[in-house]
Write a protein that binds this ligand. Structure first.
Ligand code: NAP
Length: 285
């Protein structure tokens, strides 16, 4: 019988810890605050924003939404972004991406204070992830995967872990976080010669390819652990992961669902990062 690793369980445990941390800051007169920078009003961004604000406020993190016009010029955008970055009451910044095409994302990566860069846009934080230095901020989704594995007591030391996907948002940084925990990591991509065999060889398989239901039962070995990072719309119009859950779940020791898995934990990681940033910026550990 496979264990379904529900994101809600992980998020609930993280909430308890966050409430304690926020209370400790409150005793010092500090209210952690997230600055959300949104250019335009894309429905996806607005939906994520509503969820994130709700999650932050539930643990006592304040949110300030900075909405900028979609037609904003690079110069004005940089000025507005710098003002958020230098606001001492804002401890962490979330910028919705992709930006409209007239804006250059690279410049923001270099403007943002790495100490406020809670979703790892700055090359400083990304370099830290690759160096195994835990003093920076890893991207939220890979860290959410690590939270799920830790919550369900999955020891990574010496384990064969295969990650399908090598993007800078998920696959590569996640592989570095797994390596830091002493897993033996294999990274797969579209040019991997025998994807099936490489996946079957894994004790833990993480799918982050963005291809609906591509991981079928033939890709997993008996009693393996499967984490599905994919968020796709299936042929039936419903949200689904990269893993064919119905076919794969019976073979596994444990598996994350989509929806209700890794994605549910991402905004809790964001909240954790804001609290950590508030501690750093106030000279606390
Ligand atoms: P991406 O930038 O499109 O990268 C996809 C990666 O998967 C690439 O490295 C690609 O290989 C590889 N890939 C694609 N099809 C493959 C196949 N058939 N066989 C082997 N490798 C394949 O996507 P991403 O931004 O990393 O996101 C991946 C998935 O995670 C998406 O479904 C996305 O929606 C989801 N996501 C979820 C969250 C969350 O909170 N749960 C957050 C972010 C993203 P190449 O490099 O060779 O092209």
């Amino acid at each position: 019988m496979s264990i379904i690793m529900k994101g809600s369980e992980v998020a609930a445990a993280m909430k308890e810890e966050l409430l304690r941390e926020v209370e400790k800051l409150a005793q010092k007169g500090i209210v952690p605050q997230l600055g959300i920078v949104r250019v335009g009003a894309r429905p996806d961004d607005l939906a994520y924003e509503r969820g994130a604000v709700k999650r932050m406020e539930a643990v006592g993190i304040r949110c300030k939404v900075i909405e900028l016009p979609e037609s904003i010029s690079q110069e004005v955008f940089e000025k507005e972004f710098s003002a958020v970055d230098s606001n001492p009451d804002i401890h962490g910044i979330l910028l919705f991406r992709p930006l409209p095409k007239q804006l250059d994302e690279e410049s923001v990566r270099n403007i943002i204070d790495p100490k406020k860069d809670i979703d790892c846009m700055s090359p400083v934080n990304m370099a830290k992830v690759f160096a195994g230095d835990e003093s920076g901020f890893a991207p939220c989704t890979p860290e959410a995967v690590m939270e799920v594995l830790a919550h369900f007591g999955i020891d990574l030391k010496g384990k064969r872990v295969t990650v399908v996907g090598r993007s800078m948002v998920v696959g590569k940084p996640l592989s570095m976080l797994l390596l830091k925990k002493n897993a033996t990591v294999t990274i797969c991509h579209t040019k991997t010669a025998d994807l099936g065999a490489t996946c079957r060889n894994a004790e833990i398989l993480v799918a982050a390819a963005g291809k609906a239901n591509m991981i079928t039962a033939e890709f997993v070995s008996e009693n393996s652990i499967v984490v599905d990072v994919g968020i796709n719309v299936g042929s039936d119009g419903k949200l689904c992961g990269d893993v064919d859950f119905e076919a794969v779940a019976p073979k596994t020791a444990s598996i994350t669902p989509v929806p209700g898995g890794v994605g549910t934990v991402t905004s809790s990681v964001l909240a954790k990062h804001v609290v950590r940033a508030a501690n750093y910026l106030n000279g606390l550990s």
